[in-house]
Design a protein around this ligand. Structure first.
Ligand SMILES: [Zn+2]
Length: 433
């Protein structure tokens, strides 16, 4: 490819990425419900010549966290209405996410990149100045929007796929592109990791748009992220009339005691801890002992060990209080992520890759202390098999993630993320390295 042809090809990929991102932005799908998104990804990867893993070949159903079969069924029905083929839905077996694999046929390392594809349950703003409103690609699905930029991640993943297909004769080894479902709530990565799709990986790179990085900045991460566990908890007691409380067992009182006990858990001398009860629903009427209580809660820890300690505290407290109040409990783990530690060699390669991308003004160290991200689960799996991994942020100017007016300046930001991934690949799998 001449320099001119290369520039032309890069520009064409950039245009396609922006169009793809807007396509996905219009059709946001929540975790484990990404059927339209997965179908579009699979179609493109197949067309480009990738071998594609779908459904239970891409994720292990046994290790899927926080998947609601009713929501999945509704999402499949909607996807069907919107033209997703019966063949595809049957092939998915009800499981979203996909892995594209490109084998060059030449010996070399296996390099994997991860792109998360799910949206949030947040209604997009009506503000006329919000770009998706101005340019006519706002979310079509009421109450859902890509308020974390995973539409951009998906588009970048397809952009990388296009580049790999075009430049296959300059590469060795194998390239794997992971389109991961259900990152929100840290639910999907464990299922992909358990399927074994990264067990042969030598180099692994994950990324997020925005966060602390502004447009033109790339932040490369050495360490960070809190380990976290998300729980759904229900108590089932015995209903009774208020006049004869001795006949009842109150799930509501047990729930209230749980709030107070978990809220006053001691911390850990080893580092940051968090506990949050975000939702507590209970009771039917003033004069009835409440039979049911449902709670959504989570814990976090600065290290995986500290998070384990918090997790054990929750399990022990719930079990003890259920016994004390004479109610049944069901404590379900619905999300999980560990902490992140990058490998120096991979971090250095990501930094060098970023420094060479047009439009990048600065490359900085960026270590997120307080958030959580389930890419860490895949990274831990890669490292446990001797692979090397890193994580980076490619910037955009935004008012905050998970907010109704989140935006990403796709024309400028996406080519930067794409550039870091493709430059990284030139370094790990380029012929002549
Ligand atoms: Zn996100």
């Amino acid at each position: 490819m001449t320099a001119n042809e290369k520039k032309h090809s890069d520009e064409a990929i950039a245009r396609t990425m922006v169009a793809d991102r807007r396509h996905f932005h219009e059709r946001p799908e929540e975790g484990w419900c990404e059927f339209e998104t997965t179908a579009a990804v699979v179609e493109r990867l197949t067309k480009l010549g990738f071998e594609v893993l779908v459904g239970a070949d891409a994720v292990d159903p046994e290790n899927a966290l926080g998947r609601d079969p009713k929501k999945v069924e509704a999402a499949m029905a909607r996807a069907r209405e919107n033209g997703v083929s019966e063949d595809f839905l049957a092939r998915s077996g009800g499981w979203t996410g996909a892995v594209g694999i490109w084998r060059t046929g030449r010996p070399g390392p296996v390099t994997a990149f991860r792109f998360d594809i799910d949206c949030l349950e947040i209604a997009e703003t009506d503000a006329p100045e919000h770009e998706p409103n101005r340019l006519g690609y706002r979310s079509r699905y009421a109450g859902f929007s890509h308020a974390c930029g995973h539409d951009g991640h998906t588009a970048v993943g397809l952009g990388v796929a296009a580049w790999v297909a075009e430049h296959a004769d300059t590469l060795c080894g194998t390239v794997k592109l992971l389109f991961q479902p259900a990152e929100e709530g840290v639910r999907g990565a464990a299922a992909m990791a358990a399927r074994g799709v990264v067990d042969d990986v030598d180099w692994f790179l994950g990324a997020h748009i925005g966060c602390s990085a502004h447009l033109g900045q790339v932040g490369v991460s050495h360490e960070g992220y809190l380990a976290t566990t998300k729980f759904d908890l229900t108590y089932t007691g015995v209903p009774a009339a208020a006049g004869s409380p001795e006949n009842g067992r109150s799930a509501l009182m047990c729930g209230a005691a749980t709030c107070m006990s978990l809220g006053s858990l001691p911390g850990h001398s080893g580092g940051i801890t968090r506990v949050q009860i975000g939702k507590f629903v209970s009771g039917t009427a003033r004069n009835i002992v409440a039979e049911h209580a449902a709670m959504l809660l989570e814990v976090r820890g600065e290290t995986t060990e500290i998070n384990d300690y918090m997790e054990e505290n929750v399990e022990r407290t719930v079990k003890g209080l259920a016994a004390a109040y004479g109610v049944e409990y069901d404590l379900r783990k619905v999300g999980h992520a560990v902490t992140y530690r990058g490998d120096e060699e991979a971090v250095a390669l990501a930094k060098a890759a970023a420094a060479e991308v047009p439009g990048v003004e600065s490359v900085v160290d960026m270590n997120a202390k307080i958030g959580s991200e389930d890419c860490t689960v895949l990274i831990r799996r890669v490292q446990s098999h001797g692979g090397k991994a890193a994580f980076f942020y490619f910037g955009c100017n935004h008012h905050g993630h998970h907010k109704k007016d989140f935006d990403i300046q796709d024309e400028q930001s996406l080519p930067i993320g794409w550039g870091v991934f493709t430059n990284f690949l030139k370094k790990t799998n380029g012929l002549g390295n």
